[in-house]
Write a new protein. Sequence first.
Length: 335
Amino acid sequence: MTDNKLVSVIVPIYNGAKYIDRCVNNLLNQTYKNLEIILINDGSTDETFDRLKELCKTYANINVINKENSGVSDTRNLGVKMAKGEYVYFFDVDDDLEADTIKDNMELIGDEEVDILYFGFWYHILSENRIKETCIKSDFSGNETAFFNEAFLDLMSEEILNAPWNKLYRRDFLIWNRIEFDTNLSIYEDILFNLKALDAARLIKVNHKAYYHYMIQADGTALTKFHNNNYDSVKKIHKAAIKYISHNGGNEEAINRYNDLFIEQVASYIKQIANKEDLKGNAKNKLIKEIINDKYFVNVINSMDNLKKRKVLLRLFSNHNMVFALKAMYKLTNK
């Protein structure tokens, strides 16, 4: 196959100077050569922009954008708008990529107008010196209905649906359907983006092979940090997931999985609130009350059967507005 379709690789960078050379080498070493590499400096305060300017002078297919800091969602959205490629690929500056990633997956796309192509990846848990590979059961090629019936639950279980860096997206598909990263969210914005994309996709492919090396840094990820809009994020994700499932005729197992995930994420957030040392008692109470009094949360948790013991207590304490008991439970389980 000739490299006849231009692929735009979008790399948002914030204070990533120490990773840039490795990142660019990953992309320049791709065996698929028809690449536009878009490196976006998101208001870094280190030497990121200086290094990017040097690279831009050296390589004709590297484009550098410098902007004020506005977060990864706005940066990725800008990359899509500026991209000239028929397909876009998102890459994170501190991760690694197999050399045949773009070539192999563009060969699978071929001459078809594939909206999204998914592939596998490795987790590198650096603090434990451990590597875990995703296990996709099989390849897939087909329309949205076949994907939902044959591949959706498998990819959900393996967390293939969540991140943007193990996918190729047709750029016109994203533009026409106005699919963007939500700039109001500071966590889970990539999951919401991908659920919206999946709901709009009509031709989908899956490559079971792993290509991407996701480096989980020793200092933790965004998931372990406190975000004020955490509940808004998980609520939007749950709504988007249920909407997608309903558009495909419904599936009890899929709904139950997303209900479980929603309650697990809410419980995790309440635990973070209860144990956040620099948050005053009244502020903690207010945040927890806003969650447990929200009708959406109440409806979901009261619709669920076979809850585990701690979730049963979460439902009991929430239904009786027992904020003190919730804080005590999650402080105790944090020890």
